[in-house]
Design a protein around this ligand. Structure first.
Ligand code: DGL
Length: 284
C-alpha cells in the first residue's frame, strides 16, 4: 500500500518519508537497461534502485507480443513485492508492446518508459521534422515510436529501421569495430537518404554505440532515451512528492534470471561502474 493516511499529522509525515525511501524499480529484458540505471544514478543520486534483467530469456526484441506480456507481468509482480514507489520500463521492446499491461498492474504508481521520453525528446530536438528511429524488430513492427510521436505532432515525418544485428554486436563488446561500423552504416542508409536530422536510439544497447553513430551520421542529433527517461523520472517523482532528498548512501540491488558468461563485464560496461551485488532468481 503506497500511501497510508493516518488521522494524526505526525504519522502521515513519517509515512510519506518512508514512501520516499522506497526504491525505484527498473527493468529490462537483460543487461541493457543498466544504461538507464546509470543515467538515473547520475540524475537522482539519492534514489534507491532495484533492477531486474531477464537475462535467462533475453532477447525480447524478436519475441511475440503475447510472450513479452507474460514475462512482463511476472517482472512487475516481482517489482511490487519489492515495494517500489515507481516503475521504469527501461526496455524499448517491453515499452512498445506491454506498456499498457505494466500501467494496468501498477495502478496509480508512476510508470515511466523509454518510448514516451524518447518521442518527446525527439520532437524537442528536430528542426526539420524528420525523425529516424532505430530499434529491435518487435519495437519497429509495433510502430510504437511513430504513434507516440504522431500523437504529439501529426506533421512529424518518422522513419523506422529495425537493426537486429546491433544487440549481439554490442554484447560482444564490438563497440568500435569494423563489422559494427559497416552494419550500422547499412542500417542508417535509408534514414539518412530521408534527410533525418534526429535519430532516436530506440534500444537499450545503442547508447554504447554513440561515438560510432556520430561518425556514421554526422550532423544528426542523437536522442538517448536513457538520459531523457531519467529526466522524466525526476519530474514525475517531484510531481508526486516522491523524491528522496534524504539519503546519504543510495542502495542498489541487481537481480537477474541468469548469470551468463561475462555477465559482470558486460553489465559493468553498461553501468559504467562496478556491480557489487548481483542476485539470481527465476520468474514464472
Ligand atoms: N532491451 C531490448 C530493447 O531495448 C533490447 C534487447 C532485447 O531484444 O531484448 O529493445
Amino acid at each position: 500500500m503506497p500511501f497510508e493516511i493516518f488521522s494524526d499529522g505526525l504519522n502521515f509525515k513519517m509515512t510519506m518519508n518512508d514512501t520516499k525511501q522506497r526504491p525505484i524499480g527498473v527493468f529490462d529484458s537483460g543487461v541493457g537497461g543498466l544504461t538507464n540505471v546509470r543515467a538515473l544514478m547520475e540524475r537522482l543520486p539519492m534514489e534507491n534502485i532495484v533492477y531486474f534483467g531477464d537475462t535467462a530469456r533475453v532477447p525480447y526484441g524478436v519475441k511475440s507480443r503475447a510472450t513479452i506480456e507474460t514475462f512482463t507481468s511476472q517482472i512487475v509482480d516481482f517489482m511490487l513485492q519489492n515495494d517500489v514507489k515507481a516503475l521504469i520500463i527501461a526496455c524499448n521492446t517491453i515499452a512498445a508492446v506491454a506498456g499498457h499491461k505494466v500501467r494496468t498492474i501498477a495502478g496509480n504508481m508512476p510508470v515511466l518508459d523509454v518510448i514516451t521520453a524518447g518521442a518527446e525528446a525527439a520532437l524537442q530536438t528536430t528542426r526539420n521534422g524528420h525523425i529516424g528511429i532505430i530499434a529491435t524488430s518487435t519495437t519497429v513492427n509495433s510502430n510504437a515510436y511513430a504513434r507516440a510521436i504522431h500523437s504529439r505532432n501529426p506533421n512529424a515525418r518518422v522513419q523506422s529501421q529495425a537493426c537486429p544485428l546491433l544487440v549481439p554486436l554490442v554484447e560482444e563488446g564490438w563497440l568500435d569495430h569494423e563489422v559494427t561500423r559497416l552494419t550500422a552504416r547499412e542500417y542508417l542508409k535509408p534514414l539518412l537518404a530521408d534527410d533525418i536530422d534526429t535519430l532516436v536510439l530506440g534500444c537499450t544497447h545503442y547508447p554504447l554505440l554513440k561515438p560510432l553513430f556520430r561518425e556514421e551520421a554526422p550532423g544528426v542529433a542523437l536522442v538517448d532515451s536513457a538520459i531523457t527517461t531519467a529526466e522524466a523520472t525526476a519530474n514525475a517523482l517531484a510531481e508526486a512528492d516522491l523524491l528522496n532528498t534524504d539519503n546519504a548512501s543510495a542502495d542498489y540491488r541487481f537481480y537477474v534470471s541468469d548469470i551468463p558468461l561475462r555477465f559482470r563485464t558486460i553489465g559493468e560496461r553498461f553501468l559504467g561502474r562496478s556491480m557489487e551485488q548481483i542476485e539470481m532468481l527465476s520468474l514464472g
